[in-house]
Every structure is written in C-alpha cells, then in structure tokens.
Design a protein around this ligand. Structure first.
Ligand code: HEM
Length: 502
C-alpha cells in the first residue's frame, strides 16, 4: 500500500521531471499521464517496443513518467555494457519490493531481512540473507547433478499424471492450457514437497495458484489487489496458509533439496512460518508461471505447423530410447545434440513470448558509453521484448515465429540479443534446470500422443502482462489427442548420464 501511495504522489508531481542533458538518451514523445500511463496499462511490457518503433528503434531512449526519466535499452551491445557497469546501479531494491512485498505480501520483518539500508550508498548491496539464499539457489539449480532427483521425480510424475488427466480422449477435445496447469502443478507439488504435499490434501489449491497467477500484473504493480482482485488475493493467502502449515509440521521427509535448503537458510535468519509459506509461492512462481506457458507455446506452434511437427516428431522418435514398449527412456544431457529442431523451437518461443523487464535505479551519474550519459535517480530497463522483437537485432521478420532462423549460418548475434532469463548478477538461477524440464515434458507429450488442434488454425494472441517472465495465450487451445500405437501406460525412465551444460 505504501509503495502504491508513493507512486500516486510521484505521479501527481510529474512536473518535477528534470530537463534532458545533451548526452542523455533521446526522449520518445508521449504525455506522461495521458500517453505513457494508459500505454503501459494497455500494452504492458510491449509498450516500450511500440515507442521505439516510432523512432526507428534507437539503441536507448527515454520516457518521462512518475517524475523520473525511464531509459529503455533496445541494443544488445548496450545491454552488455550496462551489465558490466552494474556497480552504478541498484539492481535490488525495486526487484525486492516488486516480488516480495507486492507479489508475495511479505510483512515488515521479512522486508527488513531482504532490503538493505535505505541510505543511498548502502542501498544497492544485498543483505546477508539475500546473498545466502541466492547462492544456495544458484548452486542447487546449476547445470549438472544437484537437481537430478527433483528432475527425475517431476518428469516421472508428468508421465504418470498426463494420461488420467483426460488428454487421451480421442473422442473429445480438451483445453490444453488448463490441462497442463493441472498436470504440472500436481507433478511439481510431489517433486518439490513430497507425496503428502499440500496439493494432495487440498486439490483446490492448484486452481488457487492459477487464479492468483492470472492476476499477477495487479499484484506486481501493487494496484490494491486485496480490493481490485479479491478472489485472487484470497487464493494467494490460502496457498500461503497451506505452505506455512506444511513448514509448521516440518515439511515431509521426501521433500526436494531445494525446499529443504531454502528453509534451513530462512529459519537460521529467524524467518516466520508465514514468510516460509510465501517463499514457497515464490518458488512455485519461478517454476510454473514460466514453464507452463513455454510448454504450451512449444506444443501449439508444433501442432499448427505440419512441417515442424514432422521434423520434431522424427527427432523425438530417434532420440527416445525404447527398452520395451511400455517405458520411455530419456537422457536429458543429450537433448541439445539429439533434438536440435526442438531446441530451436524452445529458443524461438522464449524469444517471441518472454516479457520480463527488470528495472534498475541509477545510483550516480555515469557514462554508459562515451556519448551516452545516464543520470542519477533515473530508471533503466532492458525489456526482453524490446531486444527480442527489434528488427535491428533479428531482421525484418523479427515478429514471425521462425525456427529456422536458429540454423542460419549468417546469424551473428551478440549474446545479449537473447535475454529471456535476464542478465548480469541478477540472472535467473533456474535457466539451466528448466531447459531439461521443459524439453523433457514436451518430449513425453509428443512421444506419447498425436495431438491435433480441433478449432484453432493460428496460434492465439499473447495476453498483456506486466513484468512477468512469459506471456500466456489470450485463449485456451482445444486439442484432440490420440495415444500413439506403441505402448500402453508409459512410464519414463531417466538416464542419468552426461548432463550437458547449456
Ligand atoms: C522458462 C523458464 C524461466 C524463465 C523465462 C525465467 C525468467 C526469469 C527472469 C527474467 C528473472 C529475473 C532476472 C533478472 O531480472 O535479471 C528470473 C529470476 C528468478 N528465477 Fe527464473 N525463469 C525461468 C525458470 C525458473 C525456474 C525453473 C526457477 C526455479 C525453480 C526459477 C527461479 C528464479 C528465481 C529464484 C529468480 C530470482 C533471482 C533473484 O532472487 O535475484 N526460474 N527468472
């Protein structure tokens, strides 16, 4: 509430925006109240892309809002330089407020553990609690062994749960997004929290999670969700209560390492049971709110394009080992080599549908390049959409879904031209692990079923979202699924060998 009020006050005091220095990025036209504000609400993180378009995509440009200048970076080269100059930026404060206070509703005691002193000089430093938590997450989610047990459990659960979910009903069409939400939250519940997890005792918590997720923009922007989206607010609180109770009873013996180790750190710093409940909602969000939309976009683009479906399907047939007809054996470390078209589909989905936009505050005036000055107290963002949907970075067909662009030998791209996981010191710790998880899930589904869209001919639109990782479709996609002839009840066997670093 406090940040909301502060934002409103800042909003009213727009006249105090400082005038532009000669070396500062150019301003894009637009009135702060009647132009940018409704633009952001209507288009979310696509708004800066639309503004850039009007000026032929300048590498960096500014808009005035909330009494501040907000710089948007659209050039991969400048994005790399900015990531190297992070010492001039506060990468933490806005992120912590947005995620822990606005999205999760953490109380004052927790915020004190998460946020450094508000004194400008110390502001950008991470607190010891944050530092330790991040280092555990990065260690456990790193490429290689640490999350193997979780991965195995999750993919086994996916293959176990997908059949009874109703997908194998060749008579009727089923809503794919709804089905994936149900299957993946239930699989994640077991893999993360053990067989007796809160979703088993109260299956309606799964629906609560997706209701909360569907209103995420209002939480992130702190637009008084308790009153504007009361049902989603109550759903979040039911999840928090269920996961707090889980921690009061000290979890379950078969909980995953990541849950156990995060809890150990939080308890050592004196976090409350309420905070522990909220922190599980954060973990579920990192995993599911990005994984489900990525999986559905991959499936939808594949099934709506017969040529792509054919290539992906023959790759999967060759890749999956078949010890007998009823089992499916996967070696996640080999996916990159064995399924290049599927990997390109994943990369193209993340290019076109990621919508993250972390905001950093400039702590002191500094020269980003010889002729580009960033001023103290401004905000600088690198929205994934501004980089990914920019024809200067991806060519005139930047807005088209084209898997083959990833095989073009002439493609020369700065590594900051594809940034679905953010960058610099705040980069997503789940980026390696989720590759195995998402691609294996798609392999399990496409190896087991023939899927056909019953009504949709074109991929649906992307729902406007503010700041979250991946856009979701504007409407669900109805599919008819027929189980492939080979095998009956498929059980996945995970080959442990040679996990590859991506
Ligand atoms: C396709 C899948 C995913 C995408 C697109 C994605 C994207 C992102 C992005 C854009 C950020 C912010 C980075 C920044 O602003 O610099 C982030 C942060 C984070 N992600 Fe992911 N993510 C994915 C999967 C995961 C998974 C599977 C997990 C964990 C199981 C995870 C855990 C986190 C956490 C804990 C953070 C916060 C890091 C911090 O505290 O600074 N993510 N993710």
């Amino acid at each position: 509430m406090a940040t909301f009020v502060v934002s409103i006050l800042a909003f009213i005091m727009l006249s105090r925006t400082p005038s532009r220095g000669t070396k500062e990025p150019i301003d894009v036209p637009g009135h702060p109240i009647f132009g940018h504000m409704p633009g952001m609400i209507r288009h979310g993180t696509t708004y800066p892309v639309l503004l850039g378009q009007q000026k032929d995509h300048p590498p960096i440009y500014a808009m005035r809002m909330f009494g501040q200048r907000i710089y948007t970076v659209s050039s991969p080269e400048l994005a790399s330089i900015l990531m190297r100059k992070q010492k001039h930026l506060d990468t933490e404060t806005q992120f912590i407020i947005t995620v822990f206070q606005n999205m999760l509703g953490a109380d004052k005691a927790a915020m004190k553990l998460l946020l450094s002193s508000t004194k400008p000089a110390a502001k950008k430093a991470r607190t010891p609690f944050r530092e330790e938590m991040r280092s555990i997450e990065h260690k456990l989610l790193a490429a290689g062994e640490p999350m193997e047990a979780f991965y195995e459990s999750m993919i086994t659960e996916v293959s176990r749960k997908i059949d009874p979910s109703g997908l194998d009903n060749s008579e009727n069409s089923v809503p794919l997004l709804e089905l994936l939400e149900e299957v993946l939250i239930s699989a994640a519940g077991t893999a993360l929290y053990g067989k007796n997890n809160p979703f088993v005792a109260s299956p309606s918590l799964g629906k609560d999670y997706w209701l909360y997720d569907s209103q995420m923009s209002l939480f992130l922007l702190n637009l008084m969700p308790k009153y504007t989206v009361p049902e989603a607010f109550k759903a979040r609180e039911r999840l928090v209560a269920a996961f707090s109770a889980y921690h009061v009873r000290e979890g379950e013996k078969d909980m995953s390492d990541i849950v156990r180790r995060r809890t150990e750190v939080a308890r050592r710093y004196g976090c409350s049971d309420d905070y522990l409940g909220r922190s599980e909602v954060e973990l579920l969000n990192g995993l599911l709110s990005n994984m489900v939309p990525t999986v559905i976009w991959m499936l939808v683009h594949t099934i709506l394009d017969p040529g792509l479906a054919e290539r992906v399907s023959s790759e999967i047939e060759n890749f999956v080992q078949k010890p007998d007809l009823d089992t499916l054996s996967l070696a996640p470390g080999e996916i990159r080599k064995g399924c290049p078209v599927l990997v390109a589909t994943y990369q193209e989905v993340l290019r076109l549908y990621s919508s993250s936009a972390r905001a950093y505050q400039v702590m002191e005036d500094f020269m980003l390049t010889d002729d580009c000055l960033l001023k103290k107290n401004s905000i600088v963002t690198i929205p994934a959409e501004t980089i990914h949907r920019n024809p200067k970075n991806w060519g005139p067909d930047a807005l088209e879904f084209k898997v083959d662009r990833w095989f073009n030998p002439d493609r020369t791209l700065n590594s900051s031209g594809w940034v679905p996981f953010g960058g610099g010191s705040s980069i997503c710790p789940g980026r390696f692990f989720v590759f195995d998880m998402i691609l294996s899930t798609v392999i399990v589904v496409l190896y087991t079923y023939d899927l056909r869209a019953s009504e949709t001919r074109q991929p649906p639109g992307r729902k406007t979202r503010v700041m979250s990782g991946i856009r979701i479709p504007t409407e669900d996609v109805l599919v008819v699924a027929t189980k492939k002839q080979q095998g009956k009840a498929r059980i996945s066997v995970i080959e442990k060998k040679s996990k590859q670093v991506i």
